[in-house]
Every structure is written in structure tokens, then in C-alpha cells.
Design a protein around this ligand. Structure first.
Ligand SMILES: [Zn+2]
Length: 310
């Protein structure tokens, strides 16, 4: 995550408030009981047909293969995109104006031009620690998520982007979204961002998330029984998702930071030892299912519904 604060004293979490709001959101589903459960199961079942999982050995191995050089990180993601089935024609680098490594982009074509952008920043702060949590945990998942979603045809075109220069002020994500045409931006139905996973169970920055994306996450969490709660980081810093919010593109950031662990970011303690591998692999499973679900859930309704069944 990119922190704009010089000191840590002013940072606050409103985890209690956010958690309460999120739980209410889930509880609101209760009165409709049976019907809601049926809907969730139906979507879940169809989503399950649309993703597969990379092994824990691979996911863990990629995390442990981190480099401390940002340029090598970008090159690793590009190599693993190719190994995960990204064809040459769909794999590219986007050079930035500044002397930073490029953004790395893999496009997984769908049946339509409607797009979901799946992003994580590849760089880390130079000052201290290894930047494993922030944000090799997010970047290293991108090729495994590509693998997860590439087995079956998709409605949406999925665009996987490893953003450069996040810690310099969201440089890569701003450059990416600024250089899309207005038509390309209009095709993006959601931007799903991962930053600083693996410190514990999956968290969501609910106060800066699109409501439909947040509701979809709640549905997937309930159906998969994988944990996710809301921890807002408004006063801690920002993330690449906010570059998309500037254009009113629906966005959501998943992380794992809590009041107890946030001080690990940008500190000497941001190392492999901080990772809870069970939680990290759970985050991978949850996000795989979430992306498969979104591909279904964000489909526009049929233009000409058939005659009503009796
Ligand atoms: Zn950071």
C-alpha cells in the first residue's frame, strides 16, 4: 500500500464500524432465507465450473521466490504469466514516463469486450524489509489467478495488470487508466485490486468499494465458507484501485491488514516470516472463486427475455 503519511501517529482504523456495517449487510440477507440460499447456491455452482486452483505448492513457491529488486519482480510476473498460458500476443509491457519498471499486462480474452481488471502492484518500498507482504503477496498471485480463470470460456475479458510505481504515488495504475480511451474505460465493469495479503484472513476495504462488488464478495464468502471481513484503511494510505475510482470505475481492494498488523508494512518486519501461509492460500481460493462469480454476476441481463414461463 502507498502511505502518504510521514509519521504513523495519525493513522487510524475504523475496523469496528466497518465490521459492523459488513455484518449488517450479510444479516440483511437472512429474512429472505430459503430464496437467497437457493440463489447463492445456483450462482456458486455455475461459478465452480469456471475456475480451477493452482496447487498450494506452486502458490507458496512463487511467494518464496521473491526478489528485492523491482525490475526483477516485474520480469518474474511476466515469465509466470507466460508459463500460466498467457499467449505472446496477449502479453505486454507498458513503459512508464519515469525511470520505473514497466506495467506488465496479460489479457485473457472473453466472449465480449466488457472487461474486469485484476491488479496488484509489483514494486515495494526501498527503505526497509523485503516487501514480501506489501506487495509481493498480491503480485505473485496474478499468474495463479490467470491459471484459475483460463480453463473455461468467459463472458468478460479479464485484464491482469502488475502495476509499477505504486509506492511512488500510484504511478503505474494512474498511467494505465489515464492512457485508456474513454471507450475502453467504459468497458471496465470492475477493478479488483490486491494489496498486502497473507498477514491473516482476507479483509476488504469496504468504505472504498463499489457496493455491487462488495455484495458479490459477501455472497462468495458465504457460499465458500472462506472468511472475509471489512477493515478500512482510509487513514493508513491508498491503493491502485483509487486510480480507477477517479474515473468512476467500480473498484474493490482486498488486503489482510488489521490494527494489529498494519505496522508491519514499510518496516523491517515485512518479510516472509510475517506470512501466514494457510490464510494466504485461503485468500487465493476466495479470489479465484470471486473472479469466476463476478464473470457471471456482472453479465448484463438478456436484452430480449423469452416469454414468461408458466
Ligand atoms: Zn506499501
Amino acid at each position: 500500500m502507498h502511505c502518504g503519511c510521514a509519521t504513523l501517529g495519525g493513522m487510524q482504523f475504523n475496523a469496528t464500524t466497518a465490521r459492523g456495517r459488513f455484518l449488517r449487510c450479510l444479516l440483511l440477507r437472512q429474512p429472505a432465507g430459503a430464496l437467497i440460499v437457493c440463489v447463492i447456491c445456483a450462482v456458486c455452482a455455475s461459478a465452480q465450473a469456471h475456475f480451477r486452483l493452482q496447487t498450494r505448492q506452486v502458490v507458496e513457491g512463487r511467494l518464496k521466490a521473491f526478489s528485492t529488486k523491482n525490475s526483477e519482480r516485474e520480469a518474474l510476473i511476466r515469465k509466470w504469466f507466460a508459463e500460466s498460458g498467457c499467449k505472446d500476443a496477449n502479453l505486454s509491457e507498458q513503459a512508464l514516463d519515469r525511470k520505473l519498471p514497466p506495467n506488465v499486462i496479460c489479457v485473457l480474452p472473453g466472449e465480449t469486450q466488457q472487461a474486469i481488471v485484476v491488479g496488484a502492484h509489483t514494486d515495494h518500498v526501498d527503505s526497509s524489509g523485503d516487501g514480501v507482504v506489501d506487495n509481493w503477496t498480491g503480485a505473485a498471485l496474478l499468474p495463479s489467478l490467470l491459471y484459475s480463470l483460463s480453463a473455461q470460456p468467459r463472458h468478460h475479458t479479464l485484464v491482469f495488470v502488475g502495476f509499477s510505481g505504486e509506492e511512488k504515488g500510484l504511478v503505474g495504475s494512474r498511467y494505465y487508466v489515464d492512457h485508456l480511451t474513454s471507450e475502453q474505460r467504459a468497458h471496465i465493469e470492475g477493478m479488483v485490486n490486491f494489496d498486502s495479503l497473507g498477514l491473516g484472513p482476507t479483509e476488504v476495504w469496504a468504505s472504498h468499494a463499489d457496493k455491487a462488488l462488495l455484495d458479490a464478495l459477501a455472497s462468495v464468502a458465504m457460499a465458500s465458507r472462506l472468511p472475509v471481513t471489512a477493515v478500512n484503511v482510509d487513514n493508513l494510505g491508498t491503493a491502485d484501485s483509487e486510480s480507477f475510482a477517479r474515473y468512476q470505475i467500480p473498484r474493490i481492494t482486498l488486503h489482510s491488514v488489521t490494527q494489529q498488523t498494519w505496522s508491519i508494512l514499510h518496516s523491517p518486519f515485512d518479510k516472509m516470516a510475517a506470512i501466514r501461509m494457510n490464510d494466504y492460500y485461503d485468500s487465493y481460493k476466495l479470489i479465484s472463486e470471486y473472479l469466476a462469480y463476478l464473470d457471471d454476476a456482472l453479465k448484463p441481463p438478456p436484452a430480449k427475455p423469452g416469454s414468461a414461463a408458466r
